[in-house]
Design a binder for this molecule. Structure first.
Ligand code: HAM
Length: 460
């Protein structure tokens, strides 16, 4: 490459990746703060695990024959010759940490949550990225169906708090005792229609029959609809467990749809599985529904044993933050904006700049929401910033103020400027901001009384 070409080269995002620009941060901050609030309310503690784990951990947990492990993992051999992968999900890593740190000897259940990036080499499209972010909740070490209901309640509630209308689609995939019988029945059924099934499903018939139910191919849909359902083949224990989960959900008034065709794309599940989808997605619109699943989870009672721990029934769910943000934007949901700033500190001349540097520290220490324009010279560009930020007051520290030991306070709305003693600047701006807040409350109340319609009870 010539010197000229090197200079010209610009870089672009890697396919499937996404920048989160400042304008979008408010959505992230909002969702993450609501997730943390709910985690605290329900007694979940934060856990953080590495982005990379041994590749085997995922192939053993998520399943060798799943799309995630077969096609979507970012796997590589590191310089120490270890086969490692970027995590495609959190559950496997959290279970590894649970076993490794002897958490099974702590009082159970262990309730943990985490938030962070995951990686899947998936086909990028709206709401589907190769690096995406999940928040993930797990209850480890408890078999009682009340936990299933609580996990589903949390998955549902987070969407409600954000203002999204969602459905919970629920199913039970049984346990190692009853599932093989069902798989056999299902295999027999699909074998009869083998030639009419899609190529993908024909392959799955041999390797993982259950996954045919998850097919996105149009030609498979009528056979899936007619297929035998797992709920009819549950053993008594699994059936009772599932009934109790549904009873608790009824009690909590969490609306759910029994959907016998959800199987989830990960092999570790036992008993309860569920997905959270936006409300307008109909049952028949399966492909769309799968792409827009906002969250999903379920029980994985055998996973910890599979990874070398002792038998520990557990369950959890994860939701995709990018997908929630997409929904918030599509539905035009207003989210609380971060508090704006009240004051801009401006300065004219080098001496004033030095004094302003110190004053800025004092103002932030005193708790004011203040911005600065240290790199600007001249009043005009600084006042333009004040206007753009919509601050209530601008503090002006010029040559004259420096000599007199004063500072100018400018009311940005009225344009009135007052010179005050520099030593009294903090109580002076406090007084003015309080006065402005009272005026705003009064104006608000006046507006309400001028438009009382919203307060009059509807006569109908
Ligand atoms: P999952 O259904 O594979 O479950 O992923 C959970 C959520 O992550 C999905 O519903 C979706 O919102 C989001 N998601 C998945 N892939 C992508 C992608 N390529 N781009 C954007 N968002 C995506 C799990 O990961 C399980 N570990 C959940 C769980 C926790 N089960 C028990 N505990």
């Amino acid at each position: 490459m010539t010197k000229k070409e090197v200079k010209k080269k610009t870089f672009q995002l890697i396919k499937g990746m996404k920048d989160i620009l400042p304008a979008e941060q408010k959505y992230w901050e909002y969702i993450i703060s609501e997730v943390k609030k709910i985690a605290r309310q329900y007694g979940f503690e934060r856990i953080d695990i590495p982005v990379v784990e041994a590749t085997d951990l995922f192939s053993r947990s998520v399943g060798q024959a799943t799309d995630i492990v077969e096609k979507e993992m970012y796997s590589f051999v590191d310089k120490g010759n270890e086969n490692i992968s970027l995590r495609p999900e959190f559950t496997a890593g959290i279970m590894r940490a649970y076993i490794e740190h002897g958490m099974l000897d702590l009082p159970q259940p262990i309730k943990v949550y985490t938030i962070g990036p995951c990686f899947r080499y998936d086909k990028p499209q709206a709401g589907r990225y190769r690096q995406f972010h999940q928040f993930n909740f797990e209850i480890i070490g408890e078999e009682d169906p009340v936990c299933d209901a609580q996990i589903i309640q949390i998955a549902y509630k987070i969407n409600c708090v954000i203002g999204l209308e969602v459905n919970v689609q629920i199913n039970s995939v049984g346990c190692p005792i009853c599932r093989p019988d069902y798989e056999q029945v299902l295999k027999e059924y699909f074998k009869k229609h083998r030639s009419k099934l899609s190529e993908v499903s024909q392959k799955r018939l041999a390797k993982n029959t259950l996954r045919i139910l998850d097919s996105k191919e149009e030609q498979d849909q009528s056979f899936i609809e007619e297929a035998p359902q797992q709920v009819d083949y549950l053993c008594e224990e699994c059936r009772n467990h599932f009934i109790r989960v549904l009873e608790y959900l009824d009690e909590l008034e969490v609306p759910y749809i029994l959907n016998p065709t959800i199987v989830r794309g990960l092999d570790y599940y036992t008993r309860t599985i569920f997905e959270v989808t936006p409300v307008e997605v109909s049952d028949s619109d399966k492909e769309q529904s799968r792409q827009t699943a906002l969250g999903g989870g379920g029980r994985y009672d055998g996973l910890i044993e599979l990874l070398g721990g002792r038998s520990t029934p557990s369950l959890g769910f994860a939701s995709g933050i990018e997908r929630l943000i997409l929904q918030i934007k599509e539905k035009n949901i207003k989210i609380p904006t971060p508090p704006s700033c009240d004051i801009l500190l401006t300065q004219l001349g080098e001496d004033a700049r030095k004094k302003a540097l110190v004053l800025f520290e004092e103002l932030t220490k005193a708790g004011f929401k203040v911005r600065e324009a240290f790199s600007k010279n001249g009043l005009k560009p600084q006042l333009e910033i004040a206007n753009r930020l919509g601050v209530k007051l601008a503090l002006i520290l010029g040559q004259k103020e420096m000599i007199d030991g004063t500072i100018m306070i400018r009311d940005m709305d009225g344009g009135i400027q007052e010179i005050v003693d520099y030593q009294k600047v903090i109580p002076e701006i406090k007084k003015r901001l309080e006065k402005l807040a009272i005026v705003n409350i009064k104006l608000d109340n006046k507006n309400k009384s001028m438009h009382p319609a919203s307060e009059v009870p509807d006569k109908e």
